[in-house]
Design a protein around this ligand. Structure first.
Ligand code: NAD
Ligand code: INS
Length: 341
């Protein structure tokens, strides 16, 4: 490794371009060494102006480019397994966007490959674990002042969904965040999923089951409900309220500015995850860079990625059948700690 951690960024879309900007201009200790995207015009545009960066159509070629010490995967979910396994084969640490691998069988192959290496190389991009509000809520719940958590009430709204978004993706892409946050906040595995669908919003594209109402059950009897609504049209809103035996706590309502003029007071509403979670992404990537330079791997693990994909896949079946669906996890390899840790 040179003085700075050289990072290959795979995928230069919405998220990848933002991570390139972050690595180049926001976090310390890293540089963008390579950018890969089959859409090379997009990769060129994203890499423009960055000194010493190479641009690739092929993700694997980017891993072998000069100066690459680590990988940030921001390609679409179905491409993640190949990227993770290629990084493992080269011993490169990886920060991989969620969902780690949407298909649980593929996610398990990643867990098994890392377990065979006998050391962690992957951190999964569940950035809510780095959001100031979620961190405060986690500390409060762990401190025990509110007593035993009984329920989490979660809201997850996007202004609009991309053209390729399917009804399944509300569960296995959007709700994957709440699945991980619930496992982490409560320190428990999730055991069953039920998904209800109200009459779709007129604002949703034809055929998309939007919104949905997802109910998750935990191994020690807590309940987590999630309203997921990805074409709400009015804002990017992510909120969570924990209800415990001795009190409740709510986060996610204080994220935007309130503006007062002589015409009245107005509360601004973030329109995009890159605004709502800007600080969380910065903290996530800085933490990853610092740990990687120190030879450590921290944060959400490949096991967390696998667990989230398995719960989400049960959720997709629950959506299709309308039935409560149990979650069956494979045995956890010794490499990984307790639930959500
Ligand atoms: N953590 C978050 O809040 C958050 C937010 C948005 C997206 N994401 C995740 O980031 C990933 C990318 O999402 P996005 O919104 O940027 O999508 P996007 O469609 O905007 O961009 C994806 C890019 O990857 C490229 N690509 C396709 N196959 C590739 C491959 N094999 N190797 C390299 N690049 C490839 C595409 O050409 C495209 O430019 C997804 O996993 C998504 O779930 C996470
Ligand atoms: O990929 C995105 C991303 O994960 C966002 O954080 C989430 O709000 C969206 O619903 C999802 O589509």
């Amino acid at each position: 490794m040179g003085e700075l951690l050289g990072v290959a960024v795979l995928g230069a879309g919405h998220m990848g371009a933002d991570h390139v900007r972050r690595l180049d201009r926001v976090v310390s200790g890293a540089r963008v060494a390579a950018v890969a995207d089959p859409d090379t015009a997009r990769a060129e545009e994203t890499a423009a102006g960055i000194e010493g960066v190479s641009v690739h159509a092929d993700a694997t070629a980017a891993l072998d480019a000069p100066g690459v010490d680590a990988v940030l995967v921001a390609s679409p979910g179905p491409a993640h397994e190949e990227a993770l396994l290629a990084a493992f084969a080269r011993g490169l640490p990886v920060l991989c966007e969620k969902p780690m691998v949407p298909d649980p069988a593929g996610a398990l192959r990643v867990v098994e490959a890392e377990a065979r290496l006998g050391r962690r190389l992957a951190q999964i991009g569940f950035m809510r674990r780095y959001d100031a509000g979620y961190l405060r809520l986690k500390a409060l719940l762990d401190g025990g002042r509110l007593g035993r958590p009984l329920m989490l009430h979660c809201t997850h709204r996007n202004v609009s969904s991309p053209a390729h978004f399917t009804s399944h993706m509300l569960v296995n892409s959007s709700v994957s965040h709440e699945i991980d946050a619930a496992r982490w906040l409560l320190g428990q595995e999730l055991t069953a999923v039920t998904v209800l669908r109200p009459a779709p919003s007129a604002g949703a594209p034809e055929g998309l089951a939007d919104p949905q109402f997802v109910l998750l059950e935990t191994e020690r009897g807590a309940l987590v409900d999630v309203e997921v609504f990805v074409n709400c049209g009015f804002g990017y809103q992510v909120r969570c309220e924990a209800v415990c035996e001795a009190g409740s706590a709510r986060i996610g309502e204080e994220e935007a500015m309130s503006v007062t003029t002589r015409d009245g007071a107005r509360q601004e509403v973030p329109q995009d995850c890159l605004v709502r979670f800007a600080d969380a992404y910065d903290r996530e990537v800085q933490t990853w860079v610092d740990a990687t330079r120190g030879g450590r791997v921290t944060g959400p693990s490949a096991w967390d990625g696998y667990a989230a994909s398995t719960v989400a896949e049960a959720g997709v079946r629950a959506l299709e059948t309308g039935r409560r669906t149990s979650v069956a996890l494979a045995p956890r390899p010794a490499l990984y700690g307790g639930a959500g840790r």
